[in-house]
Design a protein around this ligand. Structure first.
Ligand code: ADP
Ligand code: MG
Length: 697
């Protein structure tokens, strides 16, 4: 009786699982990697540790390169340089070198025409990898080393492992114990999976995705592999762009409080300023006013190089909201910055009747202040994270301004945004000093309204930048420092580390301070670093701003928009260890006053300066430098400087503007048909992660 039940139960189970799969749209791709042949719990453990959890992750782990074994060289004809040899290997030995931590594995590779030595360093597993009867392809550099020619650290592939028609072998990045050949082995036994991969997007050629995936792992030719990869990059860009477009749609569905343009008052305000607005400031303000008149919330990014005058644009936007009797919140990442903004904005706005308040961790009488915010008595609150707490309630918050917006995560920004009245969203003005390279703007930030301050206020003094080997400090830098100190100007000196570390040669904040105290006995030298308490940091920074410290030795904590116009010299030690964008930001701490400023980039020893430093020496244009940075370091790093979180592109590079343009066109088409969003479930569920990283609010 029981036996007859089993098939029925099994049948029911099978049907149920199909139904469940259909309901949740779970495909084979979502299954755990363990469902692949040849992946047991142990292998799965390693894969998962490296971020490969599902079948999808495994199939999208594309080869980093391909070896071409089509035309091996015979040993008799071998020449120095990169070679491919087809042969057997014997006489394998391994030993420790005199230098600790180095193992040397050697062997002899033979073919019909001769024999050569081969050697691997710290690859002890090689000794067990080969069997003497089998034939392998070896690729590596044949070079003269330690008194003789040998094949250095070749990669090895069994001949039977290689498709004899193409001679091509994909090379995968090794993950712990899992080597390239293990990935190939698992991939081979997963060949049947490819046929079940559904298309991700509507495409001209049905099955484009599975073909592309297949040909990256089993290439016919290098060309077909490249084409396949490009298709997959296109899909990734499509996802990214679709995500940002959907963000825009969601934003447009929200309701904001329209703020009408008060032309005469604004004109009066502009006329009262001690300087003329730059053209870029005018354009940005105009864009903002137009956005704020709408009943959909503004979602605008204001980018402008350090010193381009973003705060003034923020001030005018806040004033406009005040004129409409609505409240404004201005969020800054540190107490120093918030205080500085408070002082500057109070100066301009208080005479016009705006009630401005500062709210940081150090604010006294918080409950009283919060009560005034809640009743609408305060018009503009400038603050730090202290603004975000639940007990900070507004009466009618209508505009949120965020300075250095990348310093805040999505949740933090959300917290502030949700403080506007029920059913309403505030207008958002996010500010950043990191220029966005165009390609990044087209993709990740494609849905944003962006204003650019690409024009510096008149009368700005240029910053002269010099690369200087550290040994020349005394001769070439000290005289300049004396000159600066004599003119009663101030100096920033940036170090990499706080404490000395016997393992590294970098001079720490502490030992550099000691040295400078010795060398400049008359100057007031102090230091600042990130391990100090916030109050202590604020206090030192405030005294520096007051001119009470002559030389401030610091880590990069001074990076964020602090304004000390009297500081005219910046020294950056170990300059080569920073990214270009960061160096540019650091340098922007000087050159804010009426006198010419200088920046010295110190490099250790007599190493040739990197391209990054040379570019920085040549150019002070943040946008140009951002493009260079993008080319030198890739989009991930740049993205990190713009947004909190990580942009982790698997395949696409963001440098292919043609491909980006195509993906943009296709996303536009895709969005025209609402049915698509129901039909392409995998696409829609996969892009939520991109929606998080492409949003401002
Ligand atoms: P950032 O864009 O780096 O935040 P700020 O807003 O701090 O720049 O402006 C830097 C300095 O330039 C401030 O002292 C500000 O008062 C001044 N400033 C702003 N706009 C102008 C202008 N149009 N002309 C002259 N100075 C200006
Ligand atoms: Mg600023």
């Amino acid at each position: 009786m029981y036996t007859s039940l089993i098939p029925i139960l099994y049948h029911t189970y099978a049907i149920l699982s199909i139904v469940i799969e259909m309901m949740y749209n779970r495909s084979m791709l979502d299954e755990s990697v363990e469902s692949l042949k040849g992946v047991g719990p142990k292998t799965a453990g390693i894969l998962k540790k490296h971020g490969i959890h599902t079948v999808r992750d495994f199939l999208y782990n594309l080869p980093r390169d391909y070896e071409n074994y089509q035309a091996p060289t015979s040993i008799a004809e071998i020449r120095p340089g990169k070679v491919v040899i087809k042969g057997k290997i014997d006489s394998l030995t391994t030993r420790r070198a005199r230098r600790r931590n180095l193992s040397i594995t050697e062997g002899v590779i033979r073919d019909k025409t001769g024999a050569i030595k081969t050697v691997w360093f710290n690859q002890g597993y090689r000794i067990k990898q080969f069997s003497p009867e089998k034939e392998y392809y070896f690729t590596g550099n044949y070079e003269f080393k330690n008194g003789r020619y040998s094949l250095i650290s070749p990669s090895a592939t069994e001949v039977t492992d290689v498709d004899p028609n193409t001679g091509l072998v994909p090379i995968y990045v090794a993950h712990g114990k899992l080597k390239s050949q293990d990935f190939r082995r698992i991939m081979k036994s997963s060949r049947d999976k490819f046929d079940k991969i559904p298309d991700l997007l509507p495409t001209v050629a049905t099955g484009a995705r599975k073909k592309a995936l297949f040909y990256t792992h089993f290439p016919n030719s290098i060309k077909s592999a490249e084409g396949a990869r490009e298709y997959l990059a296109y899909e990734e860009l499509f996802e990214l762009i679709l995500a940002s477009q959907l963000n825009r749609r969601e934003n447009d569905k929200l309701k904001a409080m329209p703020i009408s343009f008060s032309a005469p008052k604004i004109r009066e305000f502009v006329a009262s300023l001690p300087f003329k607005l730059t053209g870029a400031q005018r354009r940005a303000t105009w864009d903002i006013f137009q956005n704020m008149e709408k009943s959909a919330p503004m979602n605008r990014l204001l980018q402008g190089d350090v010193g381009s005058g973003k705060t003034m644009v923020a001030a005018m936007s806040a004033y406009e909201a005040f004129l409409a009797s609505l409240q404004v919140a201005f969020l800054a990442p540190t107490a120093i910055l918030a205080t500085q903004h408070f002082e500057n904005l109070s100066k301009i706005l208080t005479p016009l009747g705006v009630k401005v308040a500062l709210l940081t961790g150090a604010t006294k009488k918080k409950p009283e202040l919060k009560a005034k915010i809640a009743t609408g008595e305060i018009d503009l609150v400038i603050g730090t994270h202290a603004l975000l707490t639940d007990d900070t309630v507004f009466q009618d918050l209508s505009l949120v301004i965020i300075d250095e917006q990348h310093r805040f995560g999505v949740e933090q920004r959300q917290k502030l945004m949700l403080k506007s009245p029920k059913d309403k969203a505030p207008h958002l003005l996010a500010m950043t000093a990191t220029p966005i390279p165009r390609s990044l703007q087209l993709t990740v930030f494609g849905d944003l309204d962006v204003s650019v301050l690409n024009e510096m206020p008149k009368g700005r003094q240029p910053i002269t930048t010099n690369i200087l080997p550290e040994i020349d400090t005394r001769e070439r830098l000290y005289p300049k420092m004396r000159e600066v100190l004599k003119a009663k100007n101030q100096i920033y000196w940036i170090c990499k580390a706080i404490d000395d570390n016997p393992q590294s040669e970098t001079t720490s904040v502490k030992s550099r301070t000691a040295k400078l105290v010795q060398d400049f006995p008359k100057a007031k030298v102090e230091f600042l670093h990130g391990r100090m308490k916030p109050a202590e940091k604020d206090e030192i920074m405030a005294r520096f701003a007051d001119g009470k410290i002559d030389i401030l030795v610091s880590t990069t904590v001074v990076e964020v928009g602090v304004d000390v116009p009297n500081a005219t010299l910046m020294v950056i030690e170990n300059a080569e260890s920073y990214g270009l964008a960061q160096l540019h930001q650091l340098r922007g701490r000087v050159g804010r006053g009426k006198v010419a400023s200088f920046c010295y980039l110190l490099t250790p020893g007599d190493v040739k300066p990197t391209r990054r430093l040379r570019e920085l020496e040549k150019s002070s244009d943040g946008f140009y430098l951002a493009e260079v940075d993008l080319r030198l370091r890739g989009p991930g790093e740049i993205y990190g400087a713009l947004q909190h979180g990580a942009l982790d592109l698997r395949i696409a590079t963001l440098s292919d503007t043609k491909l980006i343009a195509k993906a943009q066109r296709d996303v536009r088409e895709f969005l025209k048909n609402p049915e698509n969003m129901v039909k392409y479930k995998e696409l829609m569920s996969g892009i939520t992660k991109y929606q998080q990283i492409t949003t401002l609010n």
